[in-house]
Design a binder for this molecule. Structure first.
Ligand SMILES: C[S@@+](CC[C@H](N)C(=O)[O-])C[C@H]1O[C@@H](n2cnc3c(N)ncnc32)[C@H](O)[C@@H]1O
Length: 431
């Protein structure tokens, strides 16, 4: 494999090409709370959280600045950790991070227990030994009633890439042996892949064309790359006594938005694990975002409590009215959502400022349809959950400090398109 020759410290992870800057709102505890509420669970109060393998650290920096939560985390690469420390330096955000591999971090005896532990884009890119260390960590470090976020590659969407990836890795290894850089090797392999007269490889080869070399290097060229079926992930996490609670994107909670009537009929006949796998197949999904909780550790809300809490949830328009509507037209769910209902919600928020969902959906018969629209708008970052009604001075200062650095960083890294929001507790897109 590509990284076989690198030091053992590298753990088979691509170090030659810096990782991309990504922001993942599902790592925000406020999003977790909303997804759990949709699924009918009471979320834990999050005081301490931890992100494993945080990469460039945008999510961790934003979530630490925009909330009161003390965030911990680790990443293998010292430059990732240094970059994150620089982002939050003297901001007052409570961040404790370590430049350590999972083998060391997960066995530290000086860590607290966490109400929320997240890992995005890590699970499938590490060895079986590291997955076992992560599971042990979740088992020992998750507080009772805590929640785990896992953003992970799904086998359903990557099936066709498996044979092409093997070919690509071998091709890049040959190029490397001839002295090419990893980036040049990948570029050449991508060109050659497009010329392979193999109809089965056409689709995955087309996928490679639209992606950056940095993305491809980290997606496909680590020593480890193991997209997994949901059921296998679920099974692995059972060792930490974790059970699936909800998909992390609120919009995924509404099957009527995402699946046809015959698909829904099929899903209805399946048990939980088989159902999630079938959903991935129907959507040819490459990436899943899930919350898991300790078995029996989360309180189930009564239907009345759920409804009352959803009605009380305040939301705000987080972009212009035009963008909120424009984004909607291109989304996958657009075919099944009523644009007039969405327009009415967007207009209400634009004219009145933040409102509770109950104030938006006053007719009981309309509530569920309105909730679908709200979940979709949140997913598109057009609407945000309001988590702080008044801006806390410390959080405001931390957001300003981190945002100033993010703006500076964005001058050289155009992927940095997010800023910490002191009222929403998440990152707000700049565009
Ligand atoms: C695909 S990246 C995802 C980064 C980040 N979570 C994101 O989604 O933007 C995987 C991250 O895991 C880290 N990583 C890989 N192997 C690791 C290990 N053995 N110990 C600690 N971190 C590791 C890498 O340095 C990298 O930052």
């Amino acid at each position: 494999m590509i990284n076989r020759g690198q030091s053992l410290d590298g753990d088979g992870y691509v170090e030659e090409i810096p990782y991309t800057y990504g922001y993942h709102p599902e790592l925000a505890p406020s999003r977790m709370r909303f997804a759990l509420l949709l699924a009918g669970y009471e979320a834990p109060e999050v005081r301490r959280a931890c992100e494993l393998g945080f990469g460039r650290g945008l999510s961790l920096a934003v979530h630490a600045a925009a909330t009161d939560i003390h965030w911990y985390g680790n990443d293998l690469l010292p430059q990732h950790v240094a970059g994150l420390r620089e982002l939050v330096a003297s901001s007052g955000a409570r961040v404790t991070v370590f430049a350590e591999p999972f083998a060391d971090f997960c066995t530290r005896d000086d860590l607290p227990s966490f109400d929320f532990i997240g890992l995005h884009g890590v699970w499938n890119w590490v060895s079986i030994e590291n997955r076992a260390r992560i599971v042990d960590f979740l088992n020992t470090r998750l507080a009772p009633g805590g929640v785990v976020y896992l953003g992970h590659n799904s086998l359903a969407g990557w099936r066709s890439m498996l044979p092409l990836r093997q070919w690509l890795v071998a091709d890049v290894e040959r190029s490397r042996a001839q002295g090419l850089t990893l980036a040049d090797g990948i570029e050449l392999a991508r060109t050659r892949a497009a010329e392979l007269a193999d109809p089965e490889l056409e689709l995955p080869s087309r996928f490679l064309r639209g992606k950056s070399i940095a993305y491809l290097a980290h997606e496909l060229f680590n020593r480890d790359w193991h997209p997994m079926a949901f059921r296998d992930v679920e099974h692995a996490l059972q060792r930490a006594d974790l059970a699936f609670v909800a998909e992390a994107r609120g919009v995924d909670a509404f099957e009527s938005l995402n699946f046809t009537a015959p698909q829904r009929a099929q899903l209805g006949a399946l048990d939980r694990g088989a159902r999630e796998d079938a959903k991935d197949r129907f959507l040819a999904r490459k990436f899943r975002r899930d919350y898991f909780g300790k078995r029996g550790g989360l309180r189930v809300l009564s239907a009345a409590e759920r409804l009352q809490r959803l009605q009380a949830q305040r939301i705000a328009l987080a972009c212009s009215r035009e963008r909120a509507m424009a984004d909607l037209v291109v989304g996958a769910c657009a075919v099944r959502i009523d644009p007039q209902r969405v327009a009415r919600i967007v207009t209400l928020l634009a004219e009145h400022g933040p409102l509770s969902i109950g104030e938006i959906a006053t007719e009981p018969a309309e509530f569920s349809a309105a909730l679908e629209c709200v979940a979709l708008l949140i997913d598109r970052a057009a609407v945000a959950l309001v988590i702080n009604d008044s801006v806390d001075e410390r959080i405001d200062h931390a957001c300003r400090a981190v945002n100033e650095r993010l703006s500076r960083l964005a001058q050289t890294q155009p992927e940095v398109t997010v800023r910490a929001h002191p009222v929403y507790g998440v990152g707000e897109p700049t565009g």
